[in-house]
Design a protein around this ligand. Structure first.
Ligand code: KG4
Ligand code: ZN
Length: 354
């Protein structure tokens, strides 16, 4: 057994998990976990309020960690390491989780792993599927990011594309808000889209077919706002379905471009992998699975509950780092911004959330 206690607090989920990195499959790897969503606290504001989020993490993390250890029938002394998200994300929340992990690591005399939240998402498919080997292509689609990465190993990422404006999760949340579906928006838009016709509302597909490898969703978001304001207003289900289809067309077009590039480089990629909150969307998964098949690649997507923010992915990423001999100093700082590929050119407007 190699037991890692993981803590996640970078946005609006407070979460704790114990992962056994030596276990053979997902069912045995997640020993125990608790996630406390803050949806109710943020709903009146239609989005995450950083100060409310940080306070909620302060109140919730300690009881969540206690409950997770109790469920597993374990104590801090049984852990091999303590891992926590150290960025990127809303800095108040990240600090709460990281300082909690530092205190536990110090009290229990355990190694501390300061995990990049994006690395948690990037490696989560390996937690879910023990047969997934490096290198793979990752589409990371969350509330704060939309990136294509070549994942060459733990800590070794090459960014192939990123959004030049909004993240896709943000566009889903905005669409939900415009349609009065409330917060969080992604799952609500997906549900409504099932009842609509994706061909009814003409929406743009920014950068489709472009030589620029990146993503852009701001124009799509504005077009949804115009459709909602139009007279007569199209049926909301048709707007949701048309938006989701436009987003999927952009995702598959940009991903296909990246795959073509890597095929040209003979990079040895064996799988197309999707992770992050938007990867919980069944239509998105279906379209990417078809694309992977066209390119002769395996398709790997973690179960939806592992796509949205959770602490098991943080514990797992911490375990992958620990296995390589990594550990962090107790004075390590939280980082509001922390790119996976530090060599990549910064892009205007790239997401600040994680
Ligand atoms: O990875 P995540 O939980 O948090 C971040 O690190 O950002 O992603 C949250 C994002 C939100 O924008 C949410 O609306 C979106 O993922 N999301 C979805 C679905 N479930 C969550 N978007 C589309 N369809 C879904 N089923
Ligand atoms: Zn996330």
């Amino acid at each position: 057994m190699a037991l890692i206690l993981g803590i996640e607090s970078s946005c609006d989920e407070s979460a704790a998990a114990i992962v056994d990195t030596a276990a053979p499959d997902l069912a045995l790897r997640i020993v125990a976990q608790h996630i406390a969503s803050q949806d109710e606290a943020h709903r009146p504001y239609g989005g995450v309020v950083p100060e409310i989020a940080a306070r909620a993490h302060v109140e919730r993390l300690a009881p969540l960690i206690k409950a997770t250890l109790a469920d597993a029938g374990l104590t801090l002394a049984d852990m091999d390491a303590v891992a926590a998200t150290a960025g990127p994300g809303l800095i108040g929340g990240v600090m709460v989780g990281l300082v909690t992990a530092k205190a536990l690591a110090m009290a229990g005399n355990k190694p501390l792993l300061a995990v990049n939240h994006l690395e948690g998402h990037a490696l989560s498919p390996r937690l879910a599927d023990p047969t997934l080997r490096f290198p793979y292509v990752l589409l990371l689609v969350s509330g704060g990011h939309c990136q294509l990465l070549e994942v060459r190993g733990v800590g070794d990422y090459r960014r192939l594309a990123t959004t030049i404006d909004d993240a896709l999760g943000e566009a889903f949340d905005k669409t939900a808000k415009l349609l009065g579906l409330g917060y969080p928006g992604g799952p609500a838009v997906e549900r409504l889209a099932r009842e609509g016709n994706p061909k009814t509302v003409a929406l743009p597909r920014p950068l489709l077919g472009s030589n620029d490898p990146n993503f852009s969703f701001a124009g799509l978001k504005s077009a949804v706002a115009r459709a909602v304001a139009a007279h007569p207003t199209p049926c909301p289900a048709d707007i949701a379905a048309s938006f989701q289809q436009a987003a999927i067309d952009c995702l598959t077009d940009r991903t296909a471009r990246a795959l073509d590039r890597l095929e040209g480089e003979s990079s040895g990629i064996g799988a197309l992998v999707v992770a992050g909150g938007v990867a919980a969307n069944a239509a998105v998964r279906g379209a990417l699975e078809a694309l992977a098949a066209q390119h002769g690649l395996r398709f790997v997507a973690p179960p939806p509950a592992l796509c949205t923010d959770n602490a098991a992915m943080i514990a797992w990423a911490g375990g992958e780092k620990l296995a390589l001999g990594h550990r962090d100093a107790l004075d390590i700082s939280a980082r509001p911004r922390w790119p996976l590929d530090p060599g990549a050119e910064p892009v205007r407007g790239a997401g600040a959330k994680a």
